[in-house]
Ligand binder design. Structure first.
Ligand SMILES: *Cc1c(COP(=O)(O)O)cnc(C)c1O
Length: 486
């Protein structure tokens, strides 16, 4: 199943296309380029035909697992299925060939798209103001925390602490630290939710903000959100929602309606941008009215003149703004995809996304909870977290189970996160999977549970059907060598 390097396919004199003979005089080259800078030897390029090249790269693309090939339980957090048409739209030259320094009147369409996308996100989030600038969720968090500080500073005291639950995504404490605030962690209760009493104990005049992921990283909805909101606001602090994964809430719950003052969205998770390759992304941030003056510049204004004509402009004149976050306006191509996705789905379609995502996750959770332990019982939202602790008793770790899943042609779920679940397997099927593909995953997980009982060594040696078997992950990190030397 392995694939040779393209250099190993090379055959002297073979070529992918026929170029005409050079008919320009080359004798002047030595006058133009100093002798020592001239290449002394031929480049070692592979000599291959067109079909060699095409087959080589197609073969490589099939060796990799991808969402176009089969089930991918890493979900929206990493790689949910995104409609291909949005890729075509993002590549339209009217969008892809414009320059950020172009005069505003020549990019009215792009500004309108950004403005309207902002309006949709405000509606989805129940927010009053928006910035599209952050390039990722983590930068959205940073922006939200800078706004938090600007707000408190304006009110006389920037405050010094930010509270985060122990189930939080790692970017939350990192963003807090970068902003110069101190992280205060609160423990989750035995249901995996925020422990309200613990929270109240740490809330005081120095707390600037409470950052909460909703649904939380266990896939659970905070049932006490109203009490949490009241307690946080009584302390004069801001309630921040990490909305990186909005897959469960679209059209069902608006963060602004349940007490959140700030929310960041990950367009590259929920709103149609492939995320698996690690970027680029977009982490727009919505805020409530009292925080709007602090949004980064520029914001996009819609202007209507006497004749009713609409134009769009970039507004930099905002004295309380935290300033510019990016050289320009954010990752525009991602915004085009998100805009197209939201327009194509409509309000009803977005709601269906969340309903399907939630029912798929609950269906798989219910089907597997007898075989794997479920430390925090559902119902879950768009994802749930199993523990491989029972299998560990047989000497099989979650990592082994994940490797064994690959043998059945599926991708493994997220493992060992969140940290509060030992041997965690976090499963998010997303809205696009059919009943049949959920069933296929369930069957594979049942088969592996049975193998663990009957033949644990088999699972511990997996994978067997992949191009390479178990990799030495430490060596791959410490002794990485990917260079070809001819
Ligand atoms: C992915 C994620 C983030 C970070 O988003 P990036 O775009 O990767 O920076 C933050 N919080 C949660 C809950 C996430 O899932």
């Amino acid at each position: 199943m392995s694939q040779k390097l393209i250099f190993e396919l090379s055959s002297k004199g073979r070529s992918g296309c026929d170029l005409p003979e050079i008919d320009l005089p080359l004798r002047n080259i030595k006058e133009l380029v100093p002798e020592k800078s001239l290449r002394q030897n031929d480049l070692k390029l592979p000599e291959v035909s067109q079909v060699d090249v095409v087959r080589h790269f197609i073969a490589l693309s099939i060796l990799n697992h991808h969402v176009d090939k089969s089930f991918y339980p890493l979900g929206s957090c990493t790689m949910k299925y995104n409609p291909k048409v949005n890729e075509d739209l993002a590549r339209l030259s009217g969008f892809s060939s414009i320059h950020p320094y172009q005069p505003e009147e020549t990019v009215q369409g792009a500004l309108q798209l950004m403005y309207e996308l902002g309006e949709y996100l405000k509606e989805i989030g129940g927010m009053n103001g928006i910035t599209l600038q952050p390039a990722a969720g983590a930068q959205g968090e940073l922006t939200g925390l800078l706004i938090t500080r600007a707000y408190h500073t304006k009110n006389g005291n920037p405050r010094s602490k930010i509270i985060i639950p122990d189930s939080a995504h790692g970017t939350n404490p990192a963003s807090v630290t970068i902003t110069g605030y101190q992280v205060i962690q609160v423990k989750s209760n035995d249901k995996g939710l925020v422990d309200l009493e613990e929270l109240k104990k740490v809330l005081d005049e120095e707390v600037a903000c409470f950052m909460l992921t909703a649904p939380n990283t266990l896939g659970l909805f905070e049932s006490q959100i109203e009490e949490i909101s009241k307690a946080v606001h009584n302390a004069g602090a801001i309630l921040y929602m990490d909305g990186a994964n909005l897959n469960a809430l679209l059209g069902i719950v608006r963060p602004g309606d349940i007490g959140f003052d700030i929310v960041h969205f990950n367009l590259h998770k929920t709103f149609s941008t492939p995320h698996g390759g690690g970027g680029p992304g977009a982490g727009p941030l919505g805020v409530k009215k009292s925080l709007e003056p602090f949004l980064p510049v520029p914001v996009i204004d819609k202007n209507v003149d006497e004749k009713g004509e609409e134009t769009y402009s970039l507004n930099y004149k905002r004295p309380d703004s935290i300033g510019e976050l990016q050289g320009f306006y954010g990752n525009f191509g991602i915004m085009v995809r998100a805009y197209a996705f939201i327009r194509a789905c409509g309000a009803e379609g977005l709601k269906q996304i969340s309903e399907n995502a939630v029912i798929n996750a609950n269906y798989i959770m219910e089907s597997l909870k007898e075989l794997y332990s479920l430390p925090y019982p559902g119902p879950c939202m768009h994802e749930f977290v199993l523990s491989g602790s029972r299998q560990k008793g047989k000497g099989v770790r979650t990592a082994d189970i994940a490797k064994r899943i690959l043998d059945f042609g599926l991708h493994a779920p997220t493992v060992y996160f969140p940290l509060i679940v030992s041997e965690a397997l976090m499963i998010e099927p997303t809205e696009s999977e059919s009943r049949e593909s959920c069933d296929q995953f369930i069957e594979v997980m049942k088969k592996i549970a049975q193998e663990v009982e009957e033949n644990p060594e088999l699972v511990k040696g997996a994978p067997y059907n992949t191009p390479v078997s178990r990799l030495d992950e430490v060596k791959a990190t410490k002794d990485l060598n990917v260079r070809w030397k001819g």
